[in-house]
Design a protein around this ligand. Structure first.
Ligand code: SF4
Length: 364
């Protein structure tokens, strides 16, 4: 333990999107304690165990704090200059041998992990002549971007729940009581849900009795991957009996009615799934449809779109993207990319390429 005086410094946790405010007690270079920052306007003192363990991660004996290189089968420390020269020489060899575009580029980290990574990464990508690129987008977030493009015309539309005003909250296959650091980030889920529950209903559709399901007023357990059948039935009920409350002009209601038969989904039978085997996409799509039909898209008490602090989507007319699909690898032309990314992986599917009926929302 350092004999230097302990000083408290304000910072934020960079592990997940929430970016909770933290106060770090340091003695010289040593982290003594990490605690929540009660003066932070959003997190108000909240941190999860990962945030409070930042100090332990920082001084973990296995933490990699300097570059390592394998020499004679052993990892040995080297200087940053040596490391960067080595990387540059290897990259130069690839470019000289195969040409700049033969490389493949993987965008991984988000800006929260280091604000310079994205601009520097883009710069390198551009200087290599824009070779094919990959990102997690085609692994675990495709439905969100795809549906935002198909329904709203822009892939960057990422709805956030208005937790302070919502009175009917419907969770589908997510467990934000535990995992709340994604792009609909939430600080203190343990106090947010009881508040929502006090105001109205919290339903969770999940095959498992998750922590979120336990906090809900209603838990519906479908067969795994069949959540969309419940959403389709809810959509049909609203289309037949209301209340439909369109806050924005929409088109495609007739096609929607034709696409969702009026029968109630039956246990053990996949009434709606036969033609909708891509469960993630159709589930996300129906969630948007329900939100639009009930007038809760971009409205108080529903979901809203954060314009981004740097992007400021609200400061210009968003370009309409009618087709989010882009070419993928020439060796598999039948598997398309999405908004410029090549697919990282592909599954075979009998309905691949089938078009969903369009319910398009137009901005005023
Ligand atoms: S929720 Fe946890 S991991 Fe995420 S920013 Fe806050 S303290 Fe860090």
């Amino acid at each position: 333990m350092s004999d230097q005086p302990i000083v408290s410094k304000r910072s934020y946790c960079k592990i997940c999107t929430n970016q909770c405010g933290v106060v770090i007690d340091v003695a010289g270079d040593e982290i003594v304690k990490v605690k929540g920052d009660f003066k932070h306007p959003l997190s108000k003192g909240y941190t999860c165990p990962k945030g409070r363990a930042l100090g332990q991660s920082h001084r973990h004996p296995n933490a990699i704090t300097r570059p390592l290189i394998r020499k004679n089968g052993q990892l040995v420390p080297i200087s940053w200059s040596e490391c960067l020269d080595d990387l540059a020489a290897r990259l130069r060899k690839v470019v000289d041998t195969y040409g700049p575009k033969r490389g493949r580029y993987l965008f991984r980290q988000r800006p929260r992990h280091g604000r310079f990574r994205i601009p520097h990464g883009r710069h390198l990508y551009k200087s290599l002549g824009n070779p094919p690129k990959f990102s997690p987008l085609t692994i675990d977030g495709t439905a969100k971007v795809l549906v935002a493009s198909l329904v709203g015309g822009f892939p960057g539309l990422s709805p956030k729940t208005d937790n302070d005003n919502v009175d009917m909250l419907l969770y589908v296959g997510v467990n934000p009581m535990v995992s709340h650091g994604h792009n609909t980030g939430m600080f203190n889920s343990g106090s947010t849900y009881p508040r929502c529950r006090k105001r109205g209903e919290v339903w969770t559709i999940d095959p498992l009795l998750t922590e979120t399901a336990k906090y809900s007023t209603r838990h519906i357990a479908p067969y795994p991957g069949k959540d969309y059948a419940i959403l389709a039935w809810l959509t049909r009920e609203i289309l037949d009996g209301g209340p439909i409350d369109l806050a924005q002009p929409v088109c495609g209601i007739e096609e929607l009615l034709a696409a969702i038969p009026p029968e109630r989904p039956r246990r053990g039978r996949n009434r709606h799934g036969r033609d909708m085997s891509s469960s993630a996409n159709i589930t996300q799509w129906l969630a948007w449809v329900l939100t639009i039909l009930t007038g809760m898209m971009n409205r108080k008490g529903g979901v809203w779109f954060h314009p981004g602090f740097l992007t400021r989507f609200d400061s210009f007319e968003l370009p309409i993207m009618d087709n989010p699909f882009s070419p993928g690898a020439p060796t598999m032309p039948e598997v398309s990319g999405i908004i410029g990314d090549w697919p990282c992986a592909a599954l075979t599917g009998r309905n691949r390429g089938r078009q969903y009926p369009r319910v398009r929302q137009f901005r005023r």
